[in-house]
Design a protein around this ligand. Structure first.
Ligand SMILES: *Cc1c(COP(=O)(O)O)cnc(C)c1O
Length: 381
């Protein structure tokens, strides 16, 4: 059996180990230290924001952001339905209710029209939502200017989930920098990884300081251990942050490689009837192409479905993955209010993420293409 081709596997640049070694040599084996500070500075510099707080996960970052916006039990938070569960789970940790908003078909992200409809409806039902969490899925920028305009008009703060979109931009501005706070993730298969980790980024240093405080058990400034608030253990370790510092050195290179993967698939597959891509709608949108996603329409592919493709790839030891199953279709969230238009359900039914790692070789890509060709039949060159 040929070697496994993963959907998106870690890709070290080479200097990560040096930073980790420094941590050992200086005995900073702790949830603070020079690598944590260095990584936070790198993230702030890269996104152009004032500050970043390195945390144990992106999920933790969303949780803290919601706490800092005062979200409490019984409150409502508007959130993209088409996302990974980590976007929505922290809303429920606080006893608040996720109000799920469907996608628009161009970027596959939160539909601005449905968002406004939901805001009006929730207000008329007696509750103004406390926050909005739009997501930039698969690295593709949401229609963030329209979403910001609506949020500003109704004075509802935005937490931007850019966990999959580090390095993507809208009108040359980095994603994660539009909302009052932005969320990043460095989990194992993200565009850069620290093995696990996340960050909260903001131009408002108050939020970042408060995030560091809450993430280290909310310890008051006193010689003994004194607490006036409930805290969490969410800080990033200095070892892990060392991996992050090394990964930041190769981030832009890895984005270029992922964009090349997308172009490779596009070149070979876009002529096939029934195959379409998640694509930048125009020059305002720049995607890091974290994952290349296709839609498969069996009515035009002689009956070949996305599941046929997934299984054929799996039989050749190649990992691919259906698109995220919308949150309003998840059993655990079945009672949440949803504003839907059918878009994300259709995406889930027809969509597949193809192997997209920045470490894919040309040989890997040809192996993948061969499987697709056997099923779909097209000219190979
Ligand atoms: C990965 C991810 C998160 C959460 O990040 P973790 O670091 O895994 O907790 C949040 N939102 C989206 C859309 C993600 O893909």
């Amino acid at each position: 059996m040929s070697d496994k081709i993963w959907l998106s596997s870690p890709h070290m640049g080479g200097t990560e180990q040096n930073y980790v070694n420094e941590a050992f040599e200086s005995n900073w084996i702790a949830p603070l230290g020079p690598n944590v500070n260095g990584f936070e500075n790198d993230l702030a510099a890269y996104t152009g924001l004032k500050a970043a707080s390195a945390l144990s996960s992106g999920t933790a970052a969303i949780h803290l952001a919601l706490i800092m916006l005062g979200v409490k039990a019984g409150d409502e938070v508007l959130v993209s339905s088409f996302t990974f569960s980590a976007t929505v789970n922290p809303i429920t940790y606080l006893g608040a209710t996720p109000i799920l908003i469907d996608s628009e078909p161009e970027t596959w992200n939160m539909c601005p029209e449905l968002l406004e409809e939901a805001i009006k409806d929730r207000i008329s039902l007696g509750k103004k939502p406390k926050a909005i969490i739009p997501v930039h899925l698969y690295g593709m920028p949401a229609k963030i200017d329209r979403i910001m305009e609506i949020a500003n008009r109704y004075k509802i703060p935005i937490i931007e989930d850019a966990a999959e979109a580090l390095g993507s931009t809208y009108k040359n501005k980095k994603l994660g920098t539009f909302g009052i706070m932005g969320v990043l993730s460095f989990n194992g298969n993200k565009i850069i990884t620290t093995s696990g980790g996340g960050a909260l980024i903001s131009n408002d240093e108050k939020f970042i300081q408060k995030s560091r405080f809450l993430a280290t058990q909310a310890r008051d400034n006193a010689p003994h251990y004194q607490h006036s608030e409930i805290g969490y253990n969410y800080r990033m370790s200095n070892i892990v942050a060392g991996i992050g510092r090394g990964q930041m050195e190769v981030l832009d290179k890895h984005i270029a490689l992922r964009r090349e993967n997308f172009l490779f698939y596009k070149k070979h597959l876009s002529e096939i009837d029934g195959i379409s891509f998640l694509e930048e709608p125009n020059k305002d949108f720049f995607s890091n192409c974290w994952l290349t996603c296709i839609l498969v329409d069996p009515k035009k592919t002689d009956g070949v479905t996305r599941e046929d493709i997934r299984l054929a790839l799996e039989a050749e030891n190649i990992e691919s993955r259906p698109l995220w199953k919308p949150m309003h279709m998840q059993p655990v969230l079945k009672d949440c209010p949803v504003y839907e238009n059918g878009t994300s359900e259709k995406l889930f039914e027809m969509g597949l993420c193809l192997p997209s790692g920045s470490n894919l070789t040309m040989e890997d890509k040809k192996r993948i293409l061969k499987v697709l060709n056997n099923l779909l039949g097209f000219e190979e060159d």
